[in-house]
Design a protein around this ligand. Sequence first.
Ligand code: NAP
Length: 272
Amino acid sequence: MTLPAPAHDRTCLVTGASSGIGVELARELAGRGHGITLVARRRERLEELAADIAESSLVRTEVIALDLTDADARAALPDQLAERGLTVDVLVNNAGFSTVGPVAASDHRREVAMVRTNVEAVSDLCSMFVPGMVERHRGAVLNVASTAAFQPMPGQAGYAASKAFVLSYTHALRAELAGSGVTVTALCPGPVDTEFIDTSGMDRAAATRALPSIMWVPAQTVASAAVEGLVAGRAVVIPGAANRATAVAAHLTPRTLLMPLLARRHPAARPH
Ligand SMILES: NC(=O)c1ccc[n+]([C@@H]2O[C@H](COP(=O)([O-])OP(=O)(O)OC[C@H]3O[C@@H](n4cnc5c(N)ncnc54)[C@H](OP(=O)(O)O)[C@@H]3O)[C@@H](O)[C@H]2O)c1
């Protein structure tokens, strides 16, 4: 299974396309001739990117500005695409963010918004668009998880759990769709220097100190590895050898040993 060939009435729906990895995923897919539908809240950013892509390639670009935490706004997506005469061939669930800090000091509204964006929207969009792909025997799904999916993370408890959901869900969806003509891949990046750090409220200097430079991979490299992974029909893509090694080690280390270590090392794991 691989990426479907581009077609004029088909589109790749990319969420979180106003910044970071999402921008690069959209550019990468457009560069391979695929029409793109850009989704996020910041409309001007999406329009700028759409204009930029249209200038450098001949593909059709569409903008749908919406808040993915809003279930009604999500529910309107299939009709908005149908009105434009578009069918989703490739679904990229990339939008997401992290909160940082212990649960004991958390803002409950932001925690819930994170779960809605990182978990609820991913599951909802798959339920919306995968049935059509199965009927047509063609399609691809890229769900963006994280290396945070491979172990619980004191200091980012909700975020790591949300990405564990995405990874588990993607493995299961892939198994369900084996032989259907629809390919499913989980992208698990390690640290990437994007607005993600600022949105989370992480101290940039502390994040850079905590994670060695060998683990940081540029957004463009992450996006091209992801699309290569879709083309090759890979289950999981972890860009960067250091991140692959760390993910395996974290996955295999007993939780009783790993959790106290991570709680000591994470700059934001303690409420005091
Ligand atoms: N950067 C990293 O170190 C890293 C590592 C591993 C995994 N990831 C994952 O990679 C994905 C992309 O992150 P990034 O690094 O590119 O971060 P980013 O630069 O902050 O981009 C996040 C994107 O998500 C969108 N988004 C957030 N909340 C949304 C909402 N409620 N509705 C619609 N769109 C929303 C943002 O758009 P608007 O604000 O315009 O809505 C933005 O386009 C995320 O799932 C993240 O968890 C990132």
